[in-house]
Design a protein around this ligand. Structure first.
Ligand code: TRP
Length: 489
């Protein structure tokens, strides 16, 4: 047979037919086949321990050490802390499990994971917008997170220079004001932090991060223990601890409750797909429930310790607990100025704070980067550069809100305050609400049961009850309460 007659051969024609049919069949069934062995194109954590470290690295950050003390101070202390702890337990942990579970089942960026899982469960593709809103929230948060991380970077050098030695509260306050009132300086530090973040992100989840987190997180923990030891010597330790743990419910209102709930999401990195994307890189045999509890406990411990360091210093020096975002930068330097080897501990502390912020920052942008790589064929490096540039630009708004735009306010809030409020108190809880609804009402019971693979049936039932009813109702009630629809005072 000559070559050009080939097309007429019935055998060949049948082969063609089969191929067309096979491609069609793959389109129909391929996805469910792939599901059996779905793996992430971005790689996988090398062990359960690494996942715990990375997720803890994402959770523990400026939220614990910078934000938790200042919002606790602004909202009156104990009662606020109690509401925050309750939110961690009944909202945070169940939603963390839901996010990790969804991520591991989808094994893609949150946008594609939501699309795939919605399709798999025969639900509306609109669910992918949950992934989108997460990408947006991550980008907005990182834009100001990086500016504050820049403050921490600046303080590494301030501490090293020895200017805190023997400084008074006024001196230390002046050093802080001098930093934030200079847009150029803030811009330089913000730029440096963004570059650091994008370098790690461009190397991928397995690249640089695992090693850093492995050693530095435990070291940060130890240093906090040392600082708690110092706080005990200030003479105001009991006063500080009382402020932190003795609840006085007359000091908290609906807005404070919303902030406490928002912070539970923020501190555990929930509600925008960061933990979901990390979950998509975990090995099959990891217990999601157990790891989520470990991460939440570690995160909470760091925040409470930070509080136990800061408030005794606040009271011992006659400072105001509610003095805002500068709180740790106006208190800790006092401690480093007074304690033995203070410059050493000061440098060490701010270096570790920078690392804690660094390992959090990368998780804020990872969902966007993973999506650009999956859907638009970007290399990781290109995706990181573009995401980084956009975030850097957005960060200018936050920088200016501390100086040249400090008088420009909407609803009495500066650009930074507004951004923080919108993301932490609205976008994250709303994202978490929909994640809970998806995990408990949209995904079949069989899917979540398979994925969570809990050995004790009662814990699965407890989780399902929490995400089905308690979490969504709690988020909605807190929202309604805050806008004054119900029970406002
Ligand atoms: N949890 C981090 C902190 O406490 C910040 C963070 C990292 C975050 N990834 C996130 C907050 C995702 C919200 C969503 O500092």
């Amino acid at each position: 047979m000559r070559l050009r007659d080939l097309g007429k051969s019935p055998t060949i024609a049948r082969c063609w037919e089969f191929q067309v049919w096979y491609v069609y069949w793959l389109e129909q069934h391929g996805e469910s086949m792939a599901e059996e062995r779905r793996v992430s194109i971005h790689g996988q954590w090398s062990s359960r321990w690494i996942f715990i470290l990375a997720a803890t690295g994402s959770a523990v950050g400026l939220g614990n050490i910078w934000k938790f003390p200042y919002i606790t101070g602004e909202n009156g202390g104990g009662a606020f802390v109690l509401v925050y702890l309750a939110c961690i337990a009944v909202i945070g942990i169940p939603i963390m499990m839901a996010e990790v579970m969804i991520g591991r089942r989808g094994r893609q960026s949150p946008i594609n994971t939501m699309r795939t899982l919605a399709k798999e469960e025969g639900r509306h593709p609109l669910w992918q917008y949950l992934g989108w809103s997460g990408v947006l929230a991550g980008f907005l948060i990182l834009s100001y997170y990086s500016v504050i991380a820049g403050w921490a970077l600046a303080y590494v050098f301030r501490a090293a220079s020895g200017i805190f030695h023997g400084a008074s509260a006024d001196d230390v306050g002046g050093i802080f004001t001098e930093l934030v009132s200079s847009p150029e300086r803030l811009l330089a530090w913000h730029t440096l932090f963004m570059v650091m973040t994008m370098i790690v992100v461009s190397r991928g989840v397995r690249g640089g991060l695992e090693q850093a987190v492995r050693y530095l997180m435990p070291l940060l923990f130890i240093l906090l223990v040392v600082l708690v030891g110092y706080a005990m010597s200030t003479g105001a330790f009991l006063e500080g601890v009382k402020f932190l743990f003795a609840p006085d419910f007359s000091k908290i209102n609906a807005a404070g409750i919303l902030i406490a709930m928002g912070h539970a999401f923020f501190t555990l990195s929930l509600g925008m797909g960061a933990i979901m994307v990390y979950g998509s890189y975990i090995p099959e045999n990891v217990s999601i429930a157990q790891t989520s509890v470990i991460i939440a406990l570690a995160d909470t411990a760091v925040a409470l310790m930070a509080g136990m360091v800061i408030f005794p210093i606040v009271f011992a020096n006659g400072l105001q607990p509610g003095s805002g975002p500068g709180l740790i930068f106006q208190t800790l330097p006092l401690a480093f100025g007074q304690m033995p080897a203070g410059s050493f501990f000061g440098v060490l502390f701010f270096v570790l704070l920078v690392f804690a912020a660094w390992s959090s920052a990368i998780s804020l942008i990872e969902p966007a980067v993973a999506w650009l790589v999956e859907n638009h064929g970007f290399t990781r490096v290109a995706a990181s550069v573009w995401c980084g540039l956009a975030t850097w630009l957005m960060g200018l708004g936050t920088i200016f809100s501390f100086n040249i735009w400090s008088e420009i306010k909407l609803f009495g809030l500066t650009f930074f305050d507004l951004l923080d409020f919108l993301t932490a108190n609205i976008m994250l809880p709303a994202g978490g609400l929909f994640i809970a609804i998806f995990a408990a009402w949209i995904m079949s019971k069989k899917s979540s049961q398979d994925e969570l693979a809990m050995t004790v049936p009662i814990t699965y039932s407890l989780w399902r009850f929490l995400v089905r009813f308690v979490t969504p109702v709690a988020v909605i009630v807190v929202f309604l309460n805050a806008v004054g629809v119900i029970g406002s005072d």
